[in-house]
Design a protein around this ligand. Structure first.
Ligand code: NDP
Length: 326
């Protein structure tokens, strides 16, 4: 038994529903390790867990991503040892905590070259970009793609990785400052989607052809415009709900735009085994090690200030990645 400080929610709702509490933590179960976090990654999904859009069993802690050192191991754990440097970015949720227990078969071994802060900022968002552009649709040199929220956490990693692959990125952003930032990370063209017509601008930038794939994490506000940007037989990847969940729609919307495809993926289904997860993480680490993907930690908050952190994220005032420091 040990004690730790952690963020908990008793009820779904706004950021103010989060409480910073001292709790007792049991020893790790047979298949678990106990991790002392050095950095905790903040992701938009944390706001869905907190608000109840993605319901959890209450009371709950939240948080999907952390990096730190193993300080205890369960009796059946053979692949990790005390002192190992590890990170993770899949459930069970509960990373908003100084210390926690976590299943050993969902851990990622961190290379020495990657700091705890960088790991906690890059794992979840980087592994997301990995499956989006390397698995769902294999982006290749010469492709022109549309990426929404290009200056966000997922967005800035995607801008860099797409540039490394030789693709042309059209990125949507909420402000001129974010447009400048996305361009500095490799985004080729930006659209101010609060002012400009997205589909019209995409058609202009692609000589009327449209794009073969759209990565849409904004959801409700951009869904229809995203479909309008696709070439016939193009692929709509709707992977988030920053503006709210997409409303029900008719498959005829896909037919009328030229036999479009649509997928609504999750990180977990593209990283369902320990081997798959480590392989995908190694793909990400390779691009980090060559310097083609650089960490982009733009905000750090103390763990106890999680409320202010979520308020900033939901007010669209953050850029790049955000950390909570225990
Ligand atoms: P971001 O840093 O990208 O923050 C979200 C951004 O969305 C904002 O900064 C804002 O950028 C944009 N946005 C547009 N409309 C709104 C709105 N109404 N309210 C708030 N923000 C809005 O977050 P993350 O990088 O953590 O995640 C990006 C998205 O990817 C999220 O939707 C997340 O759920 C999704 N995701 C999905 C995964 C999956 O496997 N399905 C895995 C990981 C992330 P701007 O001001 O430029 O518009």
């Amino acid at each position: 038994m040990t004690t730790t400080n952690q963020i908990q929610i008793d009820l779904f709702g706004p950021a103010e529903n989060m409480h910073y509490r001292q709790v007792t933590l049991a020893a790790p179960a047979a298949n678990e390790v106990q991790i002392k976090h050095h950095a905790i990654g903040v992701n938009y999904i944390d706001t869905y867990h907190r608000s109840g859009l993605y319901p959890l069993k209450l009371p709950a802690s939240i948080g999907m991503e952390g990096a730190g050192e193993v300080i205890a191991i369960g009796s059946a754990v053979t692949n990790f040892a005390i002192g190992d440097r590890v990170g993770y970015c899949v459930p069970p949720v509960g990373s908003y905590s100084e210390v926690r227990n976590f299943p050993a078969d969902k851990l990622i071994a961190l290379p020495e070259s990657i700091s705890y802060d960088d790991a906690a900022s890059l794992l979840l968002q980087g592994m997301t970009v990995q499956y989006l552009i390397r698995q769902i649709y294999q982006v290749k040199a010469g492709d022109t793609i549309l990426l929404h929220a290009a200056a966000g956490g997922v967005g800035l990693i995607a801008c860099q990785w797409l540039k490394a692959l030789g693709a042309t990125t059209i990125g949507t952003v909420g402000s001129e400052a974010k447009a400048k930032l996305a361009k500095s990370y490799g985004c080729d063209h930006t659209i101010l989607y609060r002012e400009e017509n997205i589909a019209q601008r995409v058609k202009e930038l692609t000589d009327g052809k449209g794009v073969p794939v759209v990565y849409d994490s904004v959801g409700k506000d951009t869904f229809t415009a995203s479909l309008d940007c696709l070439q016939p037989r193009g692929l709509m990847v709707t992977f988030g709900n920053a503006s709210g969940p997409v409303a029900p729609f008719s498959p005829l919307e896909l037919a009328s735009r030229g036999s479009l495809f649509i997928t609504r993926p999750t990180l977990m289904s593209y990283n369902s085994t320990a081997d798959e997860m480590q392989k995908n993480a190694d793909d990400l680490f390779q691009f980090i090690n060559t310097g083609q993907i650089k960490p982009n930690i733009h905000q750090r908050f103390d763990l106890k200030d999680a409320i202010v952190c979520h308020q900033a994220l939901e007010a669209r005032t953050t850029t790049g990645s955000t950390l909570l420091i225990p």
